[in-house]
Design a protein around this ligand. Structure first.
Ligand code: T3D
Length: 278
């Protein structure tokens, strides 16, 4: 999927003169490509750009399906942990941070009355996983491992993961994956219903586009009503869950486990959660 510029591009979301979110509208399919090397980590700029792109997708009648994918070999490593370390040092409110970043994004994805496909071009973790789970469908390359990530840095799941993950795979599997933080292979995720289809790498872009075009040419009004029905039936507590996640992260942020988890990740070592005798 080669990204090109178009009117959907948010001009402010740029790093070193280059947009962090590439957009392309073709045959009623809006493709949004995360382009923040090396691992498409979400920082405030990228999050804002995606919010803006989704607002435009909702308003533009020419858009009848959305594909969200990543440039390079990774879909997204989740929250930018370098930015997060600065947040730990500055003792920022994680609840407010979530209210400004991931919570609106998750709600936007669920409320958009158009099909949204997360095209997992590679591994996904943390908040990136929450965003992928909020999409309607997930397709993946065989090497697209899924990692929950949050407990690894001493946090509870946020970005809707506390609700969307057990809703998709059940409480037992969700708890095991979150506690162990083991990467789930695409094959296993397919078996668990966490992703819908695996496409071989050489056909990934074409197969994803074909699926998106099929949906874009389908009964859009009925799709929108279907999303509302599923939201109502399965996710009526989503806004409250997002708010509660913020409350829990506020408790987790000042705890030594979080500082150690982030520090260990950035120092490329295993965290030592016993060190502080917690
Ligand atoms: O605010 C909130 O409350 C929201 C909370 C959100 C929670 C999260 O999102 S927690 C983050 C969860 N993410 C993870 O645990 C994933 C961490 N990353 C990985 O597992 C791997 O990097 C990948 C599987 C995604 C990719 O692996 P690979 O081998 O292709 O690349 P790498 O060598 O691991 O990483 C490349 C570079 O990206 C490396 O930096 P360097 O050595 O080149 O300077 C690595 O440190 C950096 N990187 C990876 N993930 C992140 C990151 N930098 C910032 N933030 C990251 N999340």
């Amino acid at each position: 999927m080669t990204p090109t510029s178009d009117p959907h591009q948010a001009p402010s979301a740029r790093v070193e003169g280059k947009a962090m979110l590439q957009t392309r509208l073709e045959d009623h399919v809006l493709t949004l490509t995360l382009d923040h090397p090396p691992v498409n980590a979400f920082n405030a700029t990228l999050t804002r750009a995606l919010q803006k792109a989704l607002r435009r997708a909702a308003a533009d009648k020419a858009v009848r399906a959305v594909v969200l994918t990543g440039n390079g070999k990774v879909f997204s490593a989740g929250q930018d942990l370098r930015e997060m370390r600065a947040g730990v040092e500055a003792a920022i409110s994680y609840r407010r941070h979530l209210q400004e970043t991931y919570n609106p994004l998750i709600l936007q994805l669920r409320a958009l009355p158009k099909p949204v496909i997360a095209a997992l071009n590679g591994p996904v973790a943390g908040a990136g996983l929450g965003i992928a789970l909020a999409c309607d469908l997930r397709v993946a390359v065989p090497q697209a491992q899924l990692t929950i990530g949050f407990n690894g840095i001493g946090l509870a799941p946020d970005s809707g993961v506390s609700l969307l993950l057990p809703a998709l795979i059940g409480l037992g599997r969700a708890t095991e994956l979150t506690f162990t933080n083991r990467p789930l292979s695409a094959e296993e995720a397919l078996g668990w219903g966490l992703i819908n289809r695996i496409f071989p790498p050489e056909r990934f872009a074409a197969e994803t586009e074909a699926l998106a075009r099929q949906l874009a040419h389908g009964p859009l009004h009925a799709y929108g009503l279907t999303k509302r029905a599923f939201n109502h039936a399965v996710l009526p507590g989503l806004a409250a869950a997002l708010d509660y996640e913020g409350h829990l992260q506020e408790i987790a942020r000042p705890h030594p486990e979080h500082r150690e988890g982030v520090q260990a990740f950035l120092e490329k070592r295993a965290p030592n959660f016993l060190r502080d005798g917690q």
